[in-house]
Design a protein around this ligand. Structure first.
Ligand SMILES: [Cu+2]
Length: 511
């Protein structure tokens, strides 16, 4: 490959969260290094040639994160984060979603192309404590690193902060033929990047740390590990990196500027590999990168940093030579023609703190903001009206589809934005044009993925419809939700405070 290596982070320097008044700098943990936790693969309850059966259970538990007291955490099939679910393309999944938490939650499959709003698992698909919801769907999209997280508006941010974030890997025959490392846990490892603040007795306190522009903590937590190392035993390692933080942007680079190659983005393998020394991810974005340790002497350590704070130390051991070079072209990406006579859809993300809105409105669960016919291909212009000097990057996310990024303010998108995406960072003062089509009917949310912004109302919803098969949906409403949560907590609904509510109240709006 004779391609150039990208040595900057692409995004507008002035918009980084480091410039925000409430920015919480990362700090290097002072606690001993620990082996990186690798989320186990979730074992199917049953599997046939065509069908896979899983049970995904949201549960509360305790996790030894720091020396001393364990931290109270939530997770899927474990005390923190989740077991990794594998979806083989072409197979039909049957999943029991079990809620063993003390409060209602939802199971949202971020990046999965499935019908909305119930299978998709947004706010309209609550699972009450002690109850189970069942979903079935056929996996029909390219191999990709997706994730599962709670999405019960307006408590999404708090539940994710408690630990409800797991990985879901789509596999297919196309990716399987590419010369990528894929021995899970050995040379194919997920890296869920999060940050937390530890309070008294090693506990998290979401309320104490609350910031309407997104909650941050000074301690990096990778796969639910504080101060991790990973033993490298192969020349090449594939990292499936997820920005699973509520608000933090990660500016990633290795010690000695070791180059690495991004091979996949949110929706799967990219048409061409892209080489980096520095890569920034915004909330919910994924990047699969292959790191070649071939020039590192065994016994040495290569450190992955965000800015100047170490995230993971890769201790390089002896390995067999593996000088596989990647092809210049990896996969073909669908690029359907825009449906004739279709106007460009405009979406405006405005405000910061409590003022955040989409198209001048805050989210309402029972309001459908837009409609698009299934199969139609539209251009969407996503504008961030924050001003360049004092604004922030808003990561725009769509449920129910993977889109293509066409341009940024009329210019070429970034070098790693030529694949399928479900989340795109929009700089202040910028308009990002994307190409959007839906393959399934449903009501889907689209929103900023700074999770406190979505809880604060920077969210809207679209119905993808099929005129030949009109459908009606039972949408969640605020009264039902508030009454349920108040009952779970044993308090009067008048005394109930949910995290996103203050953003509505301060704007004189009703949630
Ligand atoms: Cu935002």
């Amino acid at each position: 490959m004779t391609k150039s290596i990208h040595t900057d982070y692409f995004f507008d320097e002035a918009a980084y969260n480091t410039h925000d008044g409430g920015y919480v700098p990362l700090e290097e943990p002072k606690t001993p290094q620990q082996p990186l936790r690798i989320p186990p693969l979730l074992k199917p309850d049953k599997e046939t040639a065509t069908d896979t059966y899983y049970t995904v259970e949201a549960q509360a538990g305790e996790t030894q994160l720091l020396p001393g007291k364990k931290t109270k955490t939530w997770g899927y099939n474990g005390s923190l984060l989740g077991q990794t679910v594998v979806f083989k393309r072409g197979k039909t999944m049957h999943i029991d979603l079990k809620n063993s938490l003390p409060e209602l939650t939802t199971f949202h499959w971020h990046g999965l192309n499935v019908p909305g709003p119930y299978t998709d698992g947004g706010c309209h698909a609550p699972v009450y404590p002690g109850k189970t919801r069942h979903i079935d769907f056929k996996v029909d999209q390219p191999a990709a690193t997706l994730w599962l997280h709670a999405h019960p508006c307006p408590s999404t941010a708090e539940q994710v902060w408690h630990g409800l974030a797991g990985l879901a890997l789509v596999t297919d025959d196309v990716e399987a033929k590419l010369p990528f490392p894929r021995n899970y846990g050995v040379d194919d490892i997920p890296l869920v990047l999060q940050d937390r603040r530890f309070h008294e007795d090693n506990q998290w306190d979401y309320e104490a740390d609350y910031d309407p522009d997104g909650v941050q903590g000074p301690t990096p937590m990778i796969n639910g590990t504080i101060n991790p190392y990973f033993d490298v035993t192969t020349q090449r390692v594939r990292l499936r990196i997820l920005d699973g933080a509520n608000r933090r942007e990660w500016r990633l680079h290795f010690s000695d500027d070791l180059p690495f190659t991004q091979v996949a983005s949110d929706g799967g393998v990219m048409p061409e590999p892209v080489e980096f020394t520095h890569l920034m991810l915004t909330c919910a974005e994924r990047a699969e990168v292959i790191v070649d340790f071939g020039k590192v002497t065994p016994g040495h350590t290569v450190t992955l940093y965000s800015d100047d704070v170490p995230l993971v130390r890769f201790r390089v051991h002896d390995f067999e030579a593996d000088d596989v070079t990647l092809p210049d072209h990896l996969v073909d990406i669908p690029n359907p023609d825009v449906t004739p006579n279709t106007p460009v859809r405009k979406v405006v993300m405005s405000g910061m703190d409590e003022q955040v809105m989409i198209d001048g409105k805050k989210f309402e669960m029972q309001r459908i903001d837009a409609r698009q016919k299934v199969g139609n291909v539209e251009l969407w212009d996503i504008t961030n009206t924050n001003d360049m000097d004092g604004g922030m990057v808003h990561p725009f996310h769509m449920h129910g589809t993977q889109f293509l990024v066409l341009s940024r303010n009329g210019h070429e998108p970034y070098a790693n934005e030529h694949g399928l995406k479900d989340t795109v960072g929009v700089n202040p003062g910028e308009t990002v044009r994307i190409k959007v089509w839906f393959e399934h009917t449903g009501v889907y949310m689209y929103h900023c993925h700074i999770i406190e912004h979505e809880d604060g109302g920077m969210m809207a919803q679209i119905e993808a419809y099929d005129p030949d098969h009109p459908q009606t949906y039972k949408l969640m409403d605020m009264d039902t939700l508030m009454n349920a949560v108040a009952e779970e907590r044993g308090i009067d609904v008048k005394d109930l405070k949910l995290p996103g509510m203050s953003s509505y109240e301060k704007m004189g709006m009703k949630m």
